[in-house]
Design a protein around this ligand. Structure first.
Ligand SMILES: [Zn+2]
Ligand SMILES: [Zn+2]
Ligand SMILES: [Zn+2]
Ligand SMILES: [Zn+2]
Ligand SMILES: [Zn+2]
Ligand SMILES: [Zn+2]
Ligand SMILES: [Zn+2]
Length: 388
């Protein structure tokens, strides 16, 4: 808010030149009653206006409370208990808090629609949400919020504190989070949102929010049966059949080191090859095909990962071995998206479609374009033959 000096300046001018007594040297007429003035009279000057008035008129006529000049009765208006001339009424500004007409410095709200006198501005606390001075209700953490903002106040889904500044949303839910929690709270392994006071921890150290945990599949048999279902759907509905047998390995996350995980990926170590943010892996080595799936993911993420890795198994049999990562990962994402669609996991599908990372998000967009332009049948032929 910027102080405005305009009214303050006008007020100063008035004080400097306001009513002066004079004695008639020559014939002077009252500007109001028109009579010749014989005794004392007043002269008012304001900007380029000068008024001469007899003592009688000055006593009986109304004076504008702002500019102090005398006026005829039909030239003034009573507003909020004050008599004002039309010019002063037109530019009068009232304080939102005390209701008084503001003379001197004042403050204007960001939107420009509310004004506050200096006294009120200095005296009242400021609302943390809209920044306006006024009575506030104090919430936890010393946050003061005005009655207008209070019903619209958002609370952080992680720490529960009211959010008055920037807030953050995640694709997985409608909840909002404060900047502090987004930066510093541990995140849910599955959906990425900052964790609240209570969360679950898996054996391998992964933390997961209660919502994701409620849909998480721990049971290895269930995870295997999801992959079997994905295999059936992919064959019947998309036309992807994997002929070579593959082994399914349900794994924990490797929490040792990236070198360890890299060794495991090369088959040089028996620990889990899944590391960091990896959810699954397809590997073909020495003629053996394996699909690795991480346990404890929400059910829709298991379908998505199973479909993605199953596609890699199909690609190993059907596609050029040196195909570009964009085509390879993009098509695996596309199959995952089709499975999510068939299963009715709309939110997970939206999240997959919104990705823009390379090669997964960019590859998916590329495959979608090919599907749009060539059709589904031709898309399968395309990924079987084209390298990039
Ligand atoms: Zn007069
Ligand atoms: Zn006036
Ligand atoms: Zn005020
Ligand atoms: Zn407010
Ligand atoms: Zn928070
Ligand atoms: Zn979660
Ligand atoms: Zn992949």
């Amino acid at each position: 808010m910027k102080p405005n000096y305009l009214n303050y300046l006008i007020f100063l001018v008035l004080l400097a030149i306001g009513p002066a007594y004079g004695a008639p040297a020559e014939t002077v007429h009252c500007d109001f009653c028109g009579k010749t003035i014989t005794g004392r009279f007043f002269t008012y000057s304001l900007e380029d206006l000068s008024v001469t008035i007899c003592m009688d008129c000055d006593r009986t006529l109304p004076h504008c409370a702002a500019c102090k000049l005398p006026y005829r009765k039909n030239q003034v208006v009573t507003q909020r208990g004050e008599v004002l001339c039309r010019a002063c009424l037109a530019r009068a500004i009232y304080c939102e808090l005390c209701g008084k007409r503001i003379e001197g410095k004042y403050y204007t709200s960001k939107e420009g629609d509310e004004h506050f006198c200096q006294k009120c501005y200095l005296q009242y606390p400021k609302c943390m949400a809209c920044g306006k001075p006024g009575p506030v209700q104090h919430l936890e953490g010393g946050v003061g919020v005005c009655a207008k903002c209070l019903p619209h106040l958002q609370r952080c889904a992680s720490c529960g504190k009211p959010i008055t500044g920037t807030y953050y949303k995640f694709a997985s839910s409608d909840k909002v989070y404060c900047a502090e929690c987004k930066e510093h709270r541990p995140q849910c392994y599955a959906c990425g949102t900052p964790l609240g006071k209570s969360y679950w921890v898996f054996q391998d150290g992964r933390k997961i929010c209660p919502e994701c945990n409620s849909r998480a599949i721990i049971d290895e048999r269930k995870i295997r049966s999801i992959l079997d279902e994905v295999r059936r759907l992919a064959a019947q509905r998309i036309g992807l059949r994997v002929e070579t047998p593959y082994a399914v390995r349900v794994q924990q996350l490797n929490k040792t080191s990236s070198e360890d995980a890299a060794k495991a990926k090369q088959g040089e170590s028996m620990v889990s090859p899944l590391f960091g943010k990896e959810l699954g892996l397809y590997r073909r080595m020495n003629g053996i095909s394996e699909i690795f799936l991480l346990y404890g993911l929400p059910v829709e993420m298991i379908y998505e990962t199973a479909a993605h890795e199953y596609t890699h198994a199909w690609q190993a049999e059907n596609c050029p071995p040196d195909q570009s990562p964009q085509l390879r990962e993009g098509f695996a994402q596309w199959v995952a998206g089709e499975i999510l669609k068939l299963k009715g996991y709309t939110q997970a599908l939206e999240r997959l479609e919104a990705r823009d990372d390379d090669p997964y998000g960019t590859g998916y967009q590329k495959i979608k374009t090919i599907e749009r332009n060539l059709g589904r049948a031709a898309l399968l032929e395309y990924v079987k033959t084209v390298k990039s």
